[in-house]
Design a protein around this ligand. Sequence first.
Ligand code: F3S
Length: 753
Amino acid sequence: LDKKVRQNNWEEGNFINYKKMSENLAIVRSRLNRPLTYAEKILYSHLDDPHGQEIERGVSYLRLRPDRVACQDATAQMAILQFMSAGMPSVANPTTVHCDHLIEAQVGGVKDLERAVSINKEVYDFLSSACAKYNIGFWKPGSGIIHQILLENYAFPGGLLIGTDSHTPNAGGLGMCAIGVGGADAVDVMANLPWELKAPKIIGVRLTGKLSGWTAPKDVILKVAGILTVKGGTGAIVEYHGPGAETISSTGMGTICNMGAEIGATTSLFPFNDRMYEYLAATKRKEIGDFARSYAKELREDEGAEYDQLIEINLSELEPHINGPFTPDLATPISKFAEAAKANGWPEEIKVGLIGSCTNSSYEDMTRAAAIARDAINHGIKAKSTFVVTPGSEQIRATIARDGQLQTFEEFGGVVLANACGPCIGQWDRKDVKKGEANTIISSYNRNFTGRNDGNPATHAFVTSPDLVVAMSIAGTLHFNPLTDKLKDKDGNEFLLAPPSGEALPSRGYDPGQDTYQAPPQDRASVNVQVSPTSDRLQILSPFNPWDGKDALGLPILIKAQGKTTTDHISMAGPWLKYRGHLDNISNNMLIGAINAANGEANSVKNQTTGQFDAVPAVARDYKAKGIKWVVVGDWNYGEGSSREHAALEPRHLGGLAIITRSFARIHETNLKKQGMLPLTFSDPADYDKIQPDDRVDIMCTELAVGKPITMRVHPKDGKPYEVKLLHTFNEAQLEWFKNGSALNTMAKQAKN
Ligand code: F3S
């Protein structure tokens, strides 16, 4: 294991550290003394402190040292802006950025890409210059979708990767433990802080038998989603194993892991096997495959490993499935699908069939899909539905262009879009139906929530394998079953489509296509990060002020929020996504969705200095201009939802000091701490009811110490002051974050010393 094997073909100095991993694992094994699952082995071999770390699945918080970080362009902006404020010369761990989310599908690949490059120029210029400056690999727009690029270039068996996108688990198809996180987590790893994850539970999925006919790898996850539902994987890693796993291509395993995000799983993964070796060899990483073989014993589960839950699937009996509409866990086998469509009144006509996306755009997917399309063409017919292809990467596009599948799709009536997310993330200028008009689309994507693809809440979106998308698009109706129903050829003769056949890997090798990678330059010191001071989409962050060392007296309550206050209420998405790289502009959405307990309204609070009601961000800005700090009072589980760090950055930016609640969602609580805010909870939750929106409060910051409550003195508008106790979960290191103004200020300080 002493060999120096590079993590990938792009970076010189980053090696796969199986030696260290096996040493860490030996330490943990001697402590736990029980067989381990594969996911456990990866996690525990990446512990910051294998000797001292408490390890209990579902209970302990693991402090981990991931091998890599990957960011897509929408989330990378704030992550890099924050990283910059730590004042470090380069990222501490290998990192890449991928431009895939900001390209809107309108007319077709080339034109759409050109337009995106001009509309998003300042964002791309910023990302490309910042990547050059801080030693980050930059994948330009047109290179492809983050998860496909990771599988083709960066994933390796046994590695631990975090990515700022929920479908990062796709890399589980190469035996990597790849976890989707928020930008703040990525910043930690970029800045060399250990990354925290609650020790996941492990759900085992044992596969037996062999896929055949119309059944595709996608059907495994469509079935699992039906069993576990959208919540069933929460807090757990889904670990596939058993002899059936060997029968699925590496990219097929990627598909299965990718869509595990739809059941809320922390990640999904497969053990290292020969199919992965073949894929590594085909993508010019045979050396990694050989190295993995030498460590193979630890790249799978131990015999007798115990799972918190076990699901068994016989691939030989698995039927093709179609899931949806509106939710990915409504799984219907194809034999029952027409019946279900009729019974539920789902619009019969399929308007659009879409294949590709990060979930399903491998060479195998494309060759199988093209074989079905060719079968139809040979019978003189084409797609009845509009048919759309998004290649997952430039390499896939170039390879299928060379090998003829792309031409088949075009002959079939298809439109080939840019190598990007496009309609999968709603970047789709759809013209064929009006907003609000009920209609059906079917895709090989992973997510089909209401409005996700086209912003039309009446669109019934179904997800399935690319094979079924093509077959259903030929028939143009949801009532079709390609396994049993005949089609009519151009002369009116009936025929049955042949079951698809494809190639897992291109026999002539991959064609890399255009070079879309930008490596960091040798001389990085002279690179200037490009941010226009007049930009409304990007803004350089200035470090937050450190704590002044005093108690904070007479603070107004900006809002006493009532009921559910999720990260969407705190920092809305939708049109605000545009400002994800501009803290001051996006702060105009701060808490505008939260309900004010004083009047039951959203975005209407009293400015305590003027007595006037105004929007929440406007009042916060007025306090800030007057040098007045403020607090928020919140209810149970404040900040649940996404891990977006903007929900913590915004109150800090607009001058908030503390968020005082009945309880917090944990990730949001940590995010607040990282930004130098005080997340505090009522020691007696009933105190929430006592506090009135017009009260003023004193926060005794000087009392802050690990494990001790602090005092808040409440000054009711009319009535006598009284004290309540507030709890917090700061540890020693986190208290430094508060004192220094933020976790990044702390990093910057440490870097200087
Ligand atoms: Fe997400 Fe893009 Fe895939 S939007 S689901 S990464 S295609």
